[in-house]
Ligand binder design. Structure first.
Ligand SMILES: [Zn+2]
Length: 429
């Protein structure tokens, strides 16, 4: 980053409102329907895997729309895609806006692609309002956010932010044994008008719109959520070891039952985590394996996993650190081993950015509320690079990563309007 002013100046002029008024709900909705054809599933959902031909075709479509709008495309070495609306000061750091195009195998029509299409709609609206922003604005589509074929995910934003090395990312393999490096050629050919960009253009700020993937906005009947940050996560493997014995002959006092031990641990852990009465608490035992797994043998070994998430660093630390002592307390006559397999710190978006989104919603008379993000997003890596913020729109029943995923057209447009306002405001800074 250069020594430019922080994006916090208040803009009271009517220009961002004029731009937001140009958001065209029908055009934006139609584009969701067109994008849903790339990787369409028979059940109405979408299976658009990262680096697949389906994603390449969606990128070609995006290039058609952006080139009709006069935006120049750029593609970086991991094939993140950027489309630039030039500013009056092309030398200034651009404001970035976007999300991802790839989906889960049983995915829906909104996760990821909404943020790309809402960003595109914002640029359409800015053009239609006859505005040339001071700073350039770049629409971005990050590659492999989902990580469902090439695991782990968020590859594009991680490499862009310098959190992952390009060379190692290119060697990630999918289930078929193909590397990302082998898929770069087809991705480049999908956007023939885009220029190669070998050096990162440092962003001034980043905005991302997304469906909530949770139930809060729908329950509150509020069209826009302003995201305070992305919660942290700690994952643990727990292994309980007892002794195998005959189920018919071994009395209670002689047993070292690993499953009984594990059940006590899980009950105690759940009481500790859920008993805190904290609405942001998330604690899940998602996998339990019992060995040897015979109906007539006392279990010798139990393996279970813990997924614990919370937006507050202190809670993440205190409750996460309590897991091992609780397991140890409840082990009875068994042995227990607790291994932390993943620790990802929470991200808090700067108030100057969340305030800007709140002011945008207020100026447009669109109701909003603040909430943390339960899921990970590319914004997490961008937050380490530049002032970052996200906005959410409701999704039906809070469902995502599912062909049933659904957002209402009026909410899709409301989110794009707030995004447009905030973008115009930021690009004037
Ligand atoms: Zn997503």
């Amino acid at each position: 980053m250069t020594a430019e002013p922080a994006p916090s100046a208040v803009s009271a002029d009517p220009i961002p409102i004029q731009a937001a008024a140009q958001v065209d709900q029908d055009r934006l909705w139609r584009r969701h329907e067109i994008m849903a054809r790339f990787g369409a599933r028979p059940d109405g959902g979408v299976n658009r895997q990262a680096f697949s031909d389906d994603e390449a075709h969606a990128r070609t479509q995006l290039e058609r729309w952006t080139s009709a709008l006069g935006l120049q495309g750029h593609v970086d070495p991991i094939t993140n895609l950027f489309f630039r609306l030039e500013g009056r000061r092309p030398d200034l750091a651009p404001v970035l806006v976007g999300s991802h195009i790839d989906s889960q195998p049983a995915g829906g029509r909104f996760d990821g692609i909404y943020g790309v299409l809402a960003g595109l709609e914002a640029l359409e609206a800015i053009r239609a309002a006859g505005i040339t922003p001071r700073r350039p604005i770049e629409l971005v589509a990050w590659v492999n956010e989902e990580g469902s074929s090439f695991s782990p995910g968020m590859t594009g934003s991680a490499v862009f932010a310098g959190a992952e090395d390009l060379e190692s990312a290119l060697q990630h393999r999918n289930w078929a044994g193909e590397t990302i490096a082998e898929r770069i050629g087809p991705m480049l050919r999908a956007t023939p008008l885009a220029h190669r960009r070998s050096r990162r253009v440092d962003p001034f700020a980043y905005l991302e719109a997304h469906i909530e993937q949770g139930p809060q906005l729908e329950a509150a009947d509020v069209p826009v959520g302003i995201v305070t940050g992305i919660q942290g996560a700690r994952w643990f493997d727990v292994e309980v070891t007892g002794e195998a014995a005959h189920a018919g002959t071994t009395p209670l006092g002689k047993r070292r039952d690993a499953l009984s031990g594990a059940v006590r641990m899980i009950e105690r852990l759940e009481a500790h985590f859920w008993g805190a009465g904290d609405p942001d608490m998330r604690f899940t035992v998602g996998r339990v394996e019992v060995g040897p797994g015979a109906p007539n043998t006392v279990p010798e070994r139990v393996f279970f996993t813990i997924d614990f998430r919370h937006p507050d660093r202190k809670v993440l630390s205190a409750f996460g650190d309590a897991i091992e002592p609780i397991c140890w307390d409840q082990r009875g006559r068994c042995a227990v081993r607790v291994v932390e397999t993943q620790h990802s710190a929470p991200v808090t978006f700067p108030e100057a950015m969340t305030d800007r989104l709140a002011r945008a919603a207020g100026a447009l008379a669109i109701p909003s509320l603040t909430l943390p993000s339960g899921a990970n997003h590319d914004a997490k890596f961008l937050a380490g690079l530049c002032p970052t913020a996200m906005l959410f729109i409701p999704c039906r029943n809070g469902v995502s990563h599912n062909p049933e995923e659904w957002a209402e057209p009026v909410h899709v447009a409301a989110g794009a309007r707030v995004l447009t306002h905030a973008l115009v405001d930021l690009a004037a800074a």
